[in-house]
Design a binder for this molecule. Structure first.
Ligand SMILES: CC(=O)N[C@H]1[C@@H](OP(=O)(O)OP(=O)(O)OC[C@H]2O[C@@H](n3ccc(=O)[nH]c3=O)[C@H](O)[C@@H]2O)O[C@H](CO)[C@@H](O)[C@@H]1O[C@H](C)C(=O)N[C@@H](C)C(=O)N[C@H](CCC(=O)O)C(=O)O
Ligand SMILES: Nc1ncnc2c1ncn2[C@@H]1O[C@H](COP(=O)(O)OP(=O)(O)OP(=O)(O)O)[C@@H](O)[C@H]1O
Ligand SMILES: N[C@H](CCC[C@H](N)C(=O)O)C(=O)O
Ligand SMILES: [Mg+2]
Length: 489
């Protein structure tokens, strides 16, 4: 419970009508949660505008409203505060309401198109291995030390985020690793947080539906580094051509990481097999159980971040060898007859190319690669033909299928994908909209030397069709086709 005066500390307020002594027990921004004792923050969204619901929340008993435009009919028994930017105010209010939890934890944000979940999750594992109570905020799951909290977004909204950080601080977590999505930066979900450091993985094509241009997408990621405090650090992958731009204006202490050029943290890939990577990091040899060159970048960033956070270098190297791959990231399933299936969350052109290249490099021309892939509905349409082109150009056989169609017609998504397949590759490409059927067909067509890649959904345990999430798990499907009994059987 706090007064509005306490909650609005440091918010950019234009006008106030009513008393700031009103006591509030929760901050809400969704009218459907309105009740007495709550303060409602009206924010502009992509589908509607919270300002449309002000009358409704007052009817439901809300006594305080934060908005960017005062309503025409002001009520004397209600407190209104007009602010410069509601999303910004919401984030500041959430930090104040939960007593600035991010300042009590060493919080590291990880941003970039691919590798955020992997990097954040493995940093969480590493710091837990080193004996620290650690928090994790990620696409797959949130963790407060050993306790798991379901994740709904890659980066939660400002209120949920600060509530999570408060629980972490109260339970004695010293570190927290969180993914920072570009949506979160633009929608100010992370505004007001105190970061100890930031990590940049890479920047390639994704989310252009939301950001419209690549430049706007880049700017969103860069804003995160622009706002890091002077006493923080920034680990940046400079093999990515956008790496240097990211940290151009940051006040943080910049540490570079690279494989292809000189950097503060440098890595050489000595061996790359299906059972792991042998790396040389800053002169130290280390064996890691993760697969693929792209994971060498993740491991390098992880090592650099751990060192920047003050962890012992030797202990970090030992801990790197113990890290286990994240669910649905290059998950390797072998059939009793020797067929290999790989389930991977590659849902962007770059991720797909990386995973396919990794498989092709390791298999050295043996057997065939059969790729099953789709693209999500209500998401960036322009990545669909590119993903289909990458799959068909680099696989022996491709089966285009549905991912999460969401509110779109699966056939429309598949038509967008089809347009990326070159005439020469058409006869090596099937289109099977039903994902289960597509996976079955791949398994039927494969022989025991072949590798089946099922890309796009990774850890997801559902398929979203017209707003309904049906149970679906690529790994279960594959195991069933391979005749591997379910775990509970
Ligand atoms: C595009 C996007 O980011 N949308 C997020 C956004 O919703 P929105 O802007 O569409 O909101 P809106 O529906 O227009 O409503 C505007 C305002 O009116 C309020 N409202 C709305 C309806 C109502 O009846 N009453 C009411 O008060 C809403 O609470 C909101 O404050 O704000 C909502 C509340 O925080 C989020 O739940 C929602 O995430 C949706 C579900 C989503 O799918 N987001 C994805 C795209 C996303 O955020 N992804 C990123 C990156 C993923 C990655 O690459 O890893 C992530 O961080 O997860
Ligand atoms: N460093 C990397 N560079 C390029 N591709 C990567 C890298 N790390 C992982 N990938 C690929 O991207 C996929 C997604 O990885 P991960 O979940 O770690 O990324 P993310 O950034 O969290 O994605 P999201 O935006 O969905 O949260 C992996 O399954 C793999 O195919
Ligand atoms: N965080 C990403 C996940 C995409 C996963 C893919 N399976 C899809 O549904 O498009 C997004 O929301 O765009
Ligand atoms: Mg993620």
């Amino acid at each position: 419970m706090k007064t509005l005066k306490e909650i609005l500390y440091k918010c950019r307020i234009r006008r106030i009508n009513g008393s700031l002594e009103v006591v509030v027990d929760e901050i809400i921004f969704d009218s459907r949660k309105a009740a007495s004792g709550k303060v409602f923050v009206a924010t502009r969204g992509t589908l509607t505008d919270g300002h449309n619901f002000i009358d409704e929340v007052i009817k439901a008993g809300v006594k305080a409203v934060i908005c960017e435009r005062m309503p025409e009919n002001i009520r004397e028994d209600i407190t209104y505060a007009e602010v410069e930017n509601s999303a910004e105010a919401l984030a500041m209010m959430a930090s104040n309401f939960y007593d600035n939890p991010s300042a009590e934890i060493r919080l590291t944000g990880i941003t970039g198109t691919n590798g955020k979940t992997t990097t954040a999750t493995l940093l969480y594992q590493l710091f837990e291995n080193l004996g620290y109570k650690t928090g994790l905020i990620s696409t797959v799951r949130n963790k407060i030390h050993e306790r798991e909290i379901r994740a709904t977004h890659t980066t939660p909204d400002a209120v949920a985020l600060n509530a999570l950080l408060r629980a972490m601080a109260d339970e004695g977590c010293e570190y927290c690793f969180m993914e920072v999505s570009s949506h979160a930066v633009v929608q100010q979900r992370i505004t007001g947080l105190t970061f100890a450091g930031g990590v940049f993985t890479n920047l390639t094509h994704d989310h252009l539906d939301f950001h419209k241009t690549f430049d706007a997408y880049l700017k969103a990621k860069k804003t995160f580094f622009d706002n890091l405090p002077a006493e923080s650090f920034a680990v940046v992958n400079i093999d990515d051509r956008n790496g240097p731009v990211m940290v151009q204006n940051t006040r943080a202490r910049v540490k570079t990481a690279a494989i292809k050029r000189q950097a503060d943290f440098h890595c050489r890939i000595l061996e790359n097999h299906f059972d792991g990577l042998q790396l040389n990091i800053n002169g130290h040899e280390v064996w890691c159980r993760l697969v693929g060159n792209f994971n060498a970048y993740n491991l390098l960033n992880i090592y650099a971040t751990a060192v920047m956070l003050g962890a012992d270098e030797e202990a970090c190297l030992t801990a790197l060898s113990k890290l286990k791959a994240v669910d649905g990231r290059f998950e390797y399933i072998k059939s009793p007859s020797g067929m290999v299936g790989i389930v991977d969350y590659a849902h962007t052109p770059d991720a797909l190319l990386n995973v396919i290249s990794t498989i092709n490099a390791i298999r050295e021309g043996k057997g065939k690669l059969i790729t099953v892939v789709g693209a999500g509905g209500d998401r960036d349409r322009s990545k669909r033909p590119v993903m289909a082109s990458i799959a068909t150009e680099n696989s022996d056989l491709t089966i285009l299928t549905s991912d999460n169609p969401r509110t779109e017609n699966p056939e429309d998504i598949l038509n967008d994908m089809r347009s990326g397949v070159s005439p020469e590759r058409k006869r090596h490409c099937l289109v099977i909209s039903d994902r289960r059927e597509a996976i079955r067909t791949a398994c039927t067509m494969a022989t025991k030397e072949d590798i089946i890649l099922i890309a796009g959904k990774g850890h997801e345990t559902y398929q979203e069709v017209m707003g309904v999430k049906h149970h679906f798990d690529d790994r279960e499907e594959l195991r069933e086709c391979f005749g591997i009994p379910r775990k509970e059987d």
